[in-house]
Structures are given as structure tokens and as C-alpha cells.
Design a binder for this molecule. Structure first.
Ligand code: NAD
Length: 433
């Protein structure tokens, strides 16, 4: 099958490369000429484990191409995926659909035979209807179907998630379009991935409901962690104790500094906006968004408390900046609020992240970025672990203690054992223990 992927970011690039790996003929389009130039030179615009090899293999096999020319990508394609960004709209939190609609208009103008236009971007309920209207307006005689196909991959494990998804959701009321989608996903179906065909609006809502539920789970355990601290319980054990119940499940029950990233913050907000527009309030999600918002700065105050309440002119080493390990994505990372809270209180920040520093630099004014963990720790007044990269999980505690000016360790991901760290002579703070 011939596939065009419009937007070659995390989702478009990973999906396009995986489709090519399954034998489809894929062209990835992006309007960012610099990104396409880098891809043509074999340089990945994002950090995602395994992506460079996957792309190189499929480019060499002539199944994967890159272009800035949307028309060239669209002509002759069986399926055209829209995988452009849908960030929060400045000011009101609605999903900004301007990129999706601009792409739809360009696709419409280039359509030259029957094709299925697939919205893979996360879009509010009803967006498929508008995409259909735009395509018709741009090209009244074109033959096409419009389908919703939300993506569930996680950054850091994106290739595996795409190739072995828990499910594939296809929102389509049009049998011809559904048949094309089934061909597109046939290789994954052969891998036993269940394909769920639903109405288009239902598929659009599944994506938001899924993300809102996961954000709720994280926020739930974070509040339980706060209670653990007050009553002398251990949230890791509470989490394990409830997670082993199959009805609950153990995933997304790790207490931490609050969720961030490119999806949960904007998608929970967008769901609330949709719910308001349709007068079906989502009180639980409203609470989740509010609790998570205040949590990030509270984590900064936790660090200040661990340092005795005063951080002015003191140097704090921060390890991990990205919103989670194995990505370079800094969008809405909790590290941003934690660091800003500490800077507001007068602290000096020295930070290191294995992959995210280039993305972090424009977002974090006044931070000194250093080349490795030890350069951050040496001579600092405290060490704060914000993101649980593997490289930070087994630090030599004796060396950390000898390198710090004062032995304070704040572990916002609960990766160290409290008894062990305290026995090593640290003042130690973590989450809910
Ligand atoms: P991204 O910002 O990494 O990539 C979007 C790309 O689209 C950019 O490279 C941009 O230049 C390009 N683009 C915008 N308009 C274009 C146009 N008219 N023509 C060609 N290219 C255009 O975004 P992302 O993280 O890949 O997210 C894309 C969508 O997928 C969003 O709706 C997001 O919510 C959803 N999603 C993301 C993830 C994730 O983990 N990142 C997971 C599931 C779903």
C-alpha cells in the first residue's frame, strides 16, 4: 500500500518508519525544511531508541522517503495520515486545530484519486466532520473517505508500542475506507493486535478518555502518596498492594512529581473544553488537572524544605530534565516548574540530562548546563533527581556524599531505598515514603 504521512514528528516519523518496515511504501512529509534535510542526511530530529536503525533500514530498502512537498506525497497514496501537532491553544486550552485544518486543505488540493484521509493526531470529537468538509471544499469532485485512527504509542518505547499495540482503533462509518485501513494494518493484525472498528466520533473520544484515565491514575496515587507521608505509610507498598489486583493493574501507579509531557496536560485540558461545550462536565478530570498543576511547584517546595527552608545563593544539582526517561521531549516537563520554583527562591541550578539538554536550554533561563551527572553534583548543596534515567539509578552514594557540600538527596521518582540512603549519611526526601 502507498502511505503518505503528513507531519514527521514523534508520531508521524515513528508510524511512517514502522509502516515501511511492514513493507508498505511510505513517504513522510513535513513542512519544516530543516527537519526533512536532517532526515535526508540520516540524522534523527528526535531521540527515540532504535529509530535511527529503523529509518536507515527502510530508506535503504527504498520503502521510506522524506519530502517537504505535500502534493508529491499525496498523489497516488491509498492512505494519507495527518500526524501534525495539536497543542493547547494559547489562552483557552482548547486543542489548536489550525495545523490539522491547514494540512487537510493542502491534502484536498492534491487529491487525485480515491484515498482515505486518516486523522492520527489527537483531535476533539467532531474534528473528522470538519476535515471532511474542508476536503470537499478544497476539491469538490475528489473521492475520499475520512477516518479517525488515534495513536497510543509512548515516547521512549514508541517503536515497540507501534508494532505491538494493545489495540488499533479505527473510527469509520464508511466500509470502503474501513477496508483500506484493514489492509494498512493487516501486518499488525497478523501480530495479533486487536482491531476495534467504531464510529468516527467514538474513536476520537477513546483517545481522550484513555489519556484522561491514565492521568487520573497517576494523580490518584500522587495524592495517596501525600497521605502516606502524613500517616507514616509507604506509597510504593500501597501501589504494589493495590496494583496486584487485576481490576486495578500496576501500571501508572508510580508516585512522582506530577504528570507532564506532550500529551496528558494538553489532552486533559482539551477534554475539559469539549465537555464544557457539550454541557457534560467531567468533574473528576477537572480535579485531576487542578491537583496536578499545583503539585509541580509543591515539589520545588519539597526540595526547599529538605534543605532546611533556605536556598538563596545555594547551588542545587538537578539530574533529569525530560518529562520521562528515553526521550528528549521537554514539553510540559515537571522539571521546568520544579526548577523555576527553586530559582524563584534564589537557588542556583546546575543541571544535566542525557538527551534533553538541547531542548531544555531555551526553556530554562539562568540554569547552568553541565556535561555529566558528576559535574552537576560536585560542590552542590543538594542533589535532586527529577527524571529516572537508568544512569541515575545506581549512583555511587559514597561518591555523591563526598562530592556534595551538604549531603541532601531529594528523589522525586523513588528510585533509591530510604533506609540505605539514610544509612549512607544523607538527608533524604522522596515521595510518599
Ligand atoms: P510533533 O510536534 O513532534 O510533530 C508534528 C510535526 O508536524 C512537526 O514536525 C511539524 O513541522 C509538522 N507539521 C505541522 N503542520 C504541517 C503541515 N501542514 N504539513 C506538514 N507537516 C506539518 O508532534 P507529535 O508529538 O508527533 O504529535 C502529533 C500528534 O499526535 C498530536 O496530536 C499528539 O497529541 C498526538 N500524539 C502524540 C504522541 C506522543 O507521544 N508524542 C502520542 C500519541 C498521540
Amino acid at each position: 500500500m502507498k502511505i503518505a504521512m503528513i507531519g514527521s514528528g514523534y508520531v508521524g516519523l515513528v508510524s511512517g518508519a514502522c509502516f515501511a518496515d511492514f513493507g508498505h511504501d511510505v513517504v513522510c512529509v513535513d513542512k519544516d525544511a530543516g527537519k526533512i534535510e536532517r532526515l535526508l542526511a540520516g540524522v534523527m530530529p528526535i531521540y527515540e531508541p532504535g529509530l535511527d536503525d529503523l529509518v536507515a533500514r527502510n530508506v535503504a530498502g527504498k520503502r521510506l522517503r522524506f519530502t517537504t512537498d505535500l502534493g508529491e506525497g499525496v498523489r497516488g497514496a491509498d492512505a494519507i495520515f495527518i500526524a501534525v501537532g495539536t497543542p493547547s491553544r494559547r489562552g483557552d486550552g482548547h486543542a489548536d486545530l489550525s495545523y490539522v485544518y491547514a494540512a487537510a486543505k493542502e491534502i484536498g488540493e492534491a487529491l487525485d484519486g480515491y484515498a482515505v484521509v486518516v486523522t492520527k493526531s489527537t483531535v476533539p470529537v467532531g474534528t473528522g466532520d470538519e476535515v471532511e468538509r474542508i476536503l470537499k471544499e478544497a476539491n469538490p469532485t475528489a473521492e475520499f473517505g475520512v477516518v479517525s485512527n488515534p495513536e497510543f504509542l509512548r515516547e521512549g518505547a514508541a517503536i515497540d508500542d507501534f508494532k505491538r499495540p494493545d489495540r488499533i482503533v479505527i473510527g469509520s462509518e464508511d466500509p470502503r475506507a474501513t477496508a483500506v485501513m484493514q489492509q494498512v494494518y493487516r501486518p499488525l493484525y497478523l501480530n495479533n493486535a486487536p482491531i476495534l472498528v467504531t464510529g468516527r466520533r467514538t474513536a476520537e473520544l477513546i483517545k481522550y478518555a484513555g489519556n484522561a484515565f491514565l492521568a487520573t491514575k497517576i494523580t490518584f496515587i500522587n495524592e495517596i502518596a501525600d497521605l502516606c507521608e502524613k500517616v507514616g505509610a509507604d506509597v510504593k507498598d500501597v501501589s504494589r498492594g493495590i496494583g496486584l489486583d487485576n481490576r486495578i493493574g500496576s501500571k501508572f501507579l508510580h508516585a512522582g512529581p506530577g504528570y507532564g509531557g506532550s500529551c496528558f496536560p494538553k489532552d486533559t485540558l482539551a477534554l475539559l473544553k469539549t465537555s464544557q461545550d457539550h454541557e457534560a462536565p467531567q468533574r473528576i478530570v477537572e480535579a485531576v488537572v487542578a491537583v496536578n498543576d499545583t503539585r509541580k511547584r509543591a515539589m520545588g517546595r519539597k526540595v526547599i524544605a529538605a534543605m532546611g527552608g533556605e536556598v538563596r545563593d545555594r547551588t542545587i544539582a538537578v539530574l533529569g530534565l525530560t518529562f520521562k526517561p528515553n526521550t528528549d521531549d521537554m514539553r510540559d516537563s515537571p522539571a521546568i516548574s520544579v526548577i523555576q520554583t527553586l530559582q524563584d527562591a534564589g537557588a542556583l541550578i546546575r543541571a544535566y540530562d542525557p538527551e534533553g539538554m538541547e531542548q531544555a536550554k531555551p526553556l530554562l533561563a539562568g540554569v547552568e548546563f553541565v556535561g555529566d551527572a558528576w559535574a552537576a553534583i560536585e560542590g552542590a548543596d543538594a542533589l535532586v533527581i527529577v527524571t529516572e534515567w537508568d544512569a541515575f539509578r545506581g549512583l555511587d552514594l559514597a561518591r555523591v556524599k563526598a562530592s556534595l557540600k551538604t549531603p541532601v538527596l531529594v528523589d522525586l521518582r523513588n528510585i533509591y531505598d530510604p533506609a540505605q540512603v539514610r544509612a549512607a549519611g544523607f538527608t533524604y526526601a522522596s515521595i510518599g515514603r
